[in-house]
Design a protein around this ligand. Structure first.
Ligand code: C2E
Ligand code: MG
Ligand code: MG
Length: 713
């Protein structure tokens, strides 16, 4: 019975061999592909080589079955031997990897060397590796009538050794398979053992039944190998599949981890770029956005604007009603700004009570853009001027706004923000609760301020600061000392008044050094005057900034200064303003009590302009109450200001001396005297004088009575 394959006709046996070869080739191809794809797998490569050898063996077997001459039969056997010899190292390599202890290094090199020797021997021996001499044998007739050629001859020494080695390799592989079955992977081990057992049976069949007993049956090795190709292929494919599943699971886990990380990153970025209280973008984010809008504006030629918004009364509310109320106010302001903002505007909180609104693409003409922005700003000012309902209170917060248009040639986003800030200062200076557009001349004012800031830092060491002394007298003309007032002679700007530079000194922190210098100078003057026997009323009053008072070291420092100069603390009156008490009343009270305990006299300056309550006033260890000039100015002969009278009365009741500041006219003096005011200070008595002028003023006046009489209350 024959099967036609084109022009070649094959019997069932050979057709089976051909199918086996095709399967082995297919599997070989598949595993060479998987072995080369990353991650590379050397076991798959070994298996692919093994399958290729088996396919060659099967094809050579077909050639032998159909040989018609001895030469053809010997050539076929030579191919069969070559395939078997080459399958040695592939088999060792594969089984080593498959059973979990790879064979590499010297062992694999030795196997490869033996393989090479046998390969060469097979190539050069006249009748292949197996026979010393061989020829075409008698045909083998299979039960279904198929006739197969065979070979017969004298077995060679090489052939016998090769057989022995083959059994050796099988024994080793079987041992590995059993070990794997027992100790590692039962299924994989069992599959390997089944394949090897089938192969061993085929080998024994060929060697014993066909060769030794001489039965006319064909060799079955190529078929037996089929189990190897299929079962091992199956096992490897299953492993591959489970590894793919593992990989997919790992990929899924990685993807979900990446997603979690991305979400965490988004959260972090939100925290980093948003204000925790209001949820609005914060300063860094506002700067980024402004930089983007500025770049867009440069490209499109459309102008945008920055609105710098600062609350007018926030500090007072925060200080007097507490931070919790302050926070609520900020939240309410953020809501109000968002509600009043044009649709595509961005609102951000820069910090404290400072907000910013960014308006993009308003108009291609900068003036038109400025006009639109100012409109928005005025609308916001009006909106923020409305009282805010916080809990049960209605609070008037109010806001001032500075507006700057961008892009502005040569100005980056930070410069635009600074321009808006300068315009904001101008709005505050102009009376608050209003909006101002940045104008170039404002820059000059800001530059001048910067110049002052720079100059002030070196003013003390450059001896640009000096003191003026303004006398204090009782109503009957007795001298009660003088108030020390600071002056700054700027090398370029000339005389700068304290109202201009003290706030700058406070903002820059220079006030501590400057304040200490004033106290030191005052002490030295008093010491010197005492030594020269000058009658200066025994006392000087110095102004102390709230920032100095808030310094925890202030009491020790000023005490050390006074004692170091050899002056009694009671000779120094420290003038404080009500704002010094606002931030933390208890801390301020503690400091004042310490100062009083050291012996300093304490005066509350500009009384009546701040917010301190009478209850607070009662608790303070004050010696003097200085009535602000604004109340004195209101004193007319026709109408006596009830507030001045009231303050004098309060001072008297609390056991304090009352001092009237800014007394300019004899009428004011007479009225104050009638109201029972203790001390007077003002141009009527004297303007602030230089030391020389003050000494001259002291020398030429005729002291009518002792000042001690007046100040001893
Ligand atoms: P102040 O302590 O209330 O000082 C009184 C201010 O009123 C002084 O202004 C003085 O020149 C001015 N003055 C005195 N009599 C009259 C008058 O009859 N009419 C008018 N119109 N003004 C009069 P000055 O010297 O410009 O000082 C302003 C403020 O600067 C001071 O107010 C004080 O708060 C602060 N200051 C001055 N020197 C120092 C200092 O050394 N340290 C600190 N921290 N502040 C100082
Ligand atoms: Mg004063
Ligand atoms: Mg004053």
């Amino acid at each position: 019975m024959m099967v036609g394959v084109g022009t070649i006709e094959l019997g069932y046996f050979d057709a089976g061999l051909l199918a086996a070869a095709a399967v082995a080739l297919g599997v070989s191809l598949q595993f060479s592909v998987t072995s080369l794809r990353p991650p590379r797998n050397s076991m798959h490569l070994a298996f692919a080589i093994l399958c290729l050898c088996l396919a060659t063996l099967a094809l050579a077997n077909i050639a032998l079955d159909n040989a018609t001459t001895s030469a053809q039969a010997i050539l076929a056997v030579r191919w069969m031997c070559a395939a078997s010899v080459l399958s040695f190292p592939a088999m060792v390599w594969f089984v080593g990897d498959y059973t979990g202890s790879p064979v590499r290094g010297i062992a694999l090199t030795a196997v490869s060397a033996v393989t090479l020797v046998f390969f060469v021997a097979n190539l050069y021996s006249p009748s292949s590796l197996l026979y010393s001499e061989a020829r075409l044998g008698g045909p083998t007739r299979l039960p279904w009538g198929e006739v197969l050629s065979s070979i017969e001859g004298t077995p060679s020494g090489w052939g016998i050794t090769f057989h022995a080695l083959t059994y050796g390799v099988f024994a080793w592989a079987l041992h590995r398979g059993i070990q794997q079955w027992r100790h590692r992977n039962r299924t994989a081990g069992l599959l390997l053992c089944i394949c090897l057992a089938a192969q061993l049976l085929a080998l024994l069949w060929g060697d014993i039944v066909v060769d030794a007993m001489g039965h006319p049956y064909p060799y079955l090795d190529a078929f037996a190998f089929q189990s190897f190709v299929l079962l091992m292929g199956l096992s490897l494919a299953t492993q591959l599949n489970s590894r793919t599943l593992q990989l997919e699971r790992a990929m899924r886990e990685l993807r979900s981890e990446a997603e979690t990380r991305r979400e965490a990153e988004v959260d972090l970025r939100h925290v980093a770029y948003h204000d925790a209280l209001t949820g609005l973008p914060n300063r860094p984010r506002a700067l980024y956005m402004l930089a983007d809008m500025d770049a867009d504006a440069v490209q499109s030629g459309m102008h945008g604007a920055v609105l710098m918004i600062d609350l007018d009364n926030f500090k007072t509310i925060n200080d007097s009603l507490g931070h919790q109320v302050g926070d609520r106010v900020l939240e309410a302001i953020a809501d109000a700004l968002l509600a009043a903002a044009p649709t595509d505007a961005t609102v951000a909180r820069l910090g404290g009570d400072e907000f910013v609104m960014l308006l993009g693409a308003l108009d291609s003409d900068p003036d038109a853009a400025a006009a639109l922005a100012i409109d928005v700003a005025r609308h916001l000012v009006a909106r923020l001027a409305l009282p805010l309902a916080i809990d049960s209170r209605m609070l008037n917060v109010g806001a001032s706004i500075g507006v700057a248009v961008f892009p502005d040639a040569g100005k980056g986003p930070a410069d635009v923000l600074r321009c808006a800030d300068i315009a904001l200062y101008a709005a505050k200076d102009a009376g608050r609760s209003r909006a101002e557009l940045f104008l170039p001349q404002m820059q000059r004012a800001a530059d001048a301020r910067l110049e002052l800031e720079r100059g002030l830092a070196t003013a003390v060491e450059n001896a640009e600061l000096s003191l003026r002394f303004q006398p204090l007298v009782s109503c009957d003309g007795a001298l009660a000392g003088a108030e020390v007032l600071l002056r700054w002679q700027h090398p370029l700007l000339g005389a700068v008044m304290p109202a201009t530079f003290i706030p700058i000194a406070e903002e820059t922190g220079l006030i501590h050094g400057i304040g200490a210098w004033v106290i030191a100078q005052s002490c030295h003057r008093m010491r010197e005057w005492q030594q020269r026997g000058v009658d200066f009323g025994g006392r000087l009053a110095v102004n102390v900034s709230p920032w100095q008072l808030a310094n925890p070291q202030f009491v020790q420092q000023v005490e050390a200064q006074v004692r170091g100069a050899g002056v009694d603390p009671s000779a120094l009156t420290l003038e404080l303003t009500e704002s010094a008490l606002l931030d933390d009343f208890d801390a301020a009270l503690d400091t004042l009590q310490q100062l009083s305990a050291v012996g300093f006299r304490l005066a509350l300056d500009d009384f009546g302009t701040g917010y301190s309550s009478l209850a607070y006033l009662q608790r303070l260890p004050l010696d003097e109450l200085k009535i602000d000039q604004s109340f004195i100015r209101l004193l007319q002969p026709s109408t006596v200001d009830p507030l001045a009278a009231f303050i004098i009365d309060v001072g008297r009741r609390l056991g304090m001396l009352t001092v009237a500041e800014g007394v300019e006219t004899a009428e004011q003096k007479a009225l104050l005297e009638a109201l029972g005011c203790d001390l007077l200070q003002g141009y009527l008595i004297s303007k602030p004088l230089t030391e020389t002028e003050y000494l001259a003023w002291l020398a030429q006046r005729n002291t009518p009575a002792s000042a001690d009489k007046v100040v001893s209350r």
